[in-house]
Design a protein around this ligand. Structure first.
Ligand SMILES: Nc1ncnc2c1ncn2[C@@H]1O[C@H](COP(=O)(O)OP(=O)(O)OP(=O)(O)O)[C@@H](O)[C@H]1O
Ligand SMILES: [Mg+2]
Length: 230
């Protein structure tokens, strides 16, 4: 496990997220059912500028469903999601539907952000996509590489709130560490679902939201062993 003091030096700086209001997102009394299945109800929390919250819960507890509600990709049966005036949400959902066949990685970075090609390639490098990979057809990337490209696009995309649903699932251990390093230095707000204790540790969450109960607590290191279980 890598502590903050052992974290590798990052030579590239990610672009700063645009400023957000002090309260980035508020969820009030959210409920969602699918037919007879009440996934959750009464989920209430808010998240402030620069905070990191990890959502924990067993398979089927409603973590992905909750992120979809927060991202506006599904609607709640009850309750409200209110984003701050200056909040811009970037949602990572594993389906990689934003990655187009026939366009290079560098094209994808250009589509995501006005940063120059040199910076874009440096950011891709931080996510483990080095050198001439930049010119490969993104449609031919492996699953893990698509994950890295999607995350690289998100962090340069002018968002200040990232909703990340199990972003390290397709990644090998060195890639998990690289992505953890890259995201740990990003000063925006993050809501994360992950069963990967090292990755959660690297992101140093402030708070934890337990699903399906919706209970919010301060995160402490003793919860890392629960990350794997829940
Ligand atoms: N569109 C849908 N129609 C019917 N049931 C659904 C739908 N989407 C999700 N569910 C059900 O809602 C419950 C919560 O699903 P969700 O994907 O949010 O769980 P999760 O906490 O993300 O689980 P995991 O850890 O496995 O990713 C599950 O029982 C799932 O089968
Ligand atoms: Mg899920």
């Amino acid at each position: 496990m890598t502590g903050p003091q052992k974290r590798r030096k990052i030579n590239v700086r990610l672009p700063d997220p645009p400023p957000s209001d002090r309260t980035v997102l508020e969820a009030a009394s959210l409920a969602k059912s699918y037919g007879d299945l009440d996934v959750f109800n009464g989920v209430t929390f808010d998240i402030g500028r620069g905070e990191r919250m990890v959502i924990m819960g067993l398979n089927g507890a409603g973590k992905t469903t909750l992120l979809k509600l927060l991202a506006g990709e599904a609607s709640a049966d009850a309750g409200t999601v209110t984003a701050g005036r200056r909040t811009s949400i970037g949602y990572y959902a594993q389906e990689h539907e934003g990655i187009a066949d026939g366009r290079s990685l560098i094209d994808h970075m250009r589509m995501a952000s006005p940063i120059g090609d040199g910076d874009a390639r440096a950011v891709m490098g931080m996510f483990g996509l080095q050198g001439d990979k930049a010119f490969q057809d993104a449609g031919t990337l492996s699953g893990g590489e698509k994950t890295k490209l999607a995350l690289a696009q998100l962090v340069v995309g002018g968002h200040n709130l990232l909703l990340l649903d199990e972003p390290t699932n397709n990644l090998d251990p060195p890639s998990r560490a690289a992505v953890g390093d890259a995201l740990s230095g990003w000063p925006g707000t993050i809501i994360l679902v992950s069963h990967d204790p090292e990755f959660v540790h690297a992101l140093r969450p402030d708070r934890v939201l337990i699903m399906p109960e919706g209970q919010v607590d301060h995160f402490d290191e003793s919860m890392l062993e629960l990350v794997e279980l829940a």
